[in-house]
Ligand binder design. Structure first.
Ligand code: PLP
Length: 327
């Protein structure tokens, strides 16, 4: 119930899964649509499932004209998969417009809302999507629990779906196997907390903007990805020209600040972000980018500490050789 309420959905329309990855796979592989159109900034669990890429602009927003052209070319009804908010830049996609367009072409719309829930209000009814994925560990629940929500599933009016596991009849038969009850219970508790904490999250936009402003003032050459469009209140993704991402991550870590070189899910990988590539970012900017995520308990003093550390690191880069032990 609490998990459904997090997205203004109904409990009988929820299929519990092992996480966002499985929910995304179930939506794309189980919907019976062989024409898949997926935005270029999707998480690897959508991108690697295969499909034709929908172009995005330099802010990471889906190009609706291009999507319209692509839908016209599909020889059978398609499925369109676009995330609500991006995990690296925080950019929010125009899902309602995408749904309107896709439904005109009889296409289904799946939305990966893993990164959005708990950070902005998410209303599956208002968005009009046919399927939505969410994940527990992004809202403080345990890893290994997630859900696919399919409006109308419980009443038999939702889109057609075929699970890919064989076994008993759990989760309406769409995701069979004994459920991870502890994980689901924790997901429910986390969902309640996340819903009640939304106002606190909205306030983080002020902190995020203060960071962006201070950095642009200090270093005009810094690129803030998606700065011109709506983003999650807690996320900013920006470059420190001339200092590669890994060096920044280590230097901030030594200063007691955790930042990421890309999305948390792809940490450990050193390759250039596919999200930034899709946004047509230059190789140099992609090499020097970090993602900053504020938490519900981030305070003004944390923001000041981060800005001071950023300015300090940036001011020492002129030698192009930063002595990390002095960070
Ligand atoms: N979708 C997005 C946008 C994500 O950021 C992630 C990773 O955290 C996932 C899907 C995968 O979710 P999970 O880790 O629950 O499999």
């Amino acid at each position: 119930m609490a998990v459904a309420q997090l997205v203004n959905g109904r409990a009988e329309d929820v299929i519990f899964t092992s996480g966002g990855t499985e929910a995304n796979n179930l939506a794309l592989m189980g919907c019976g649509r062989s024409y898949r159109l997926v935005s270029g900034v999707e998480h690897s669990s959508v991108l690697n499932a295969g499909g034709v890429i929908i172009d995005v602009d330099e802010n990471g927003i889906v190009d609706l004209d291009r999507l319209n052209d692509q839908l016209l070319l599909c020889e059978a009804p398609a499925i369109v998969s676009v995330m609500l908010a991006n995990n690296e830049t925080g950019v929010i996609e125009p899902i309602k417009d995408i749904v309107k367009l896709a439904h005109r072409h009889d296409a289904l719309v799946h939305c990966d809302a893993v990164q959005a829930v708990g950070k902005i209000p998410v209303d599956i009814v208002n968005l009009g999507v046919d399927m939505m994925s969410i994940s527990a560990h992004k809202i403080g629940g345990a890893a290994g629990s997630g859900a696919l929500i399919v409006p109308g599933l419980g009443s038999g009016t939702g889109c057609m779906l075929q699970g890919f596991l064989f076994g008993g009849g759990q989760e309406h038969g769409f995701r069979v196997g004994t459920e991870n009850l502890a994980g689901i219970a924790g997901f429910g508790a986390a969902a309640k907390e996340a819903l009640s904490g939304l106002d606190g999250f909205a306030k983080l936009a002020g902190f995020r903007d203060a960071i962006d402003k201070a950095i642009k003032t200090t270093e005009r050459g810094s690129v803030i990805f998606g700065a011109d469009v709506e983003r999650l209140p807690n996320t900013t993704c920006l470059t420190m020209p001339g200092v590669d991402s890994d060096t920044q991550v280590i230097a901030f870590d030594l200063a007691g600040i955790g930042v990421s070189a890309g999305s948390a899910c792809s940490s450990g990988k050193t390759k250039i972000s596919s999200v930034l590539k899709a946004m047509n970012a230059s190789a140099e900017d992609s090499r020097c980018v970090i993602r900053i995520s504020l938490g519900w308990n981030s305070a003004e003093s944390d923001v000041e500490t981060f800005i001071a550390a950023w300015c300090n690191l940036s001011s020492r880069k002129s030698t192009r050789k930063i002595n990390l032990s002095a960070a």
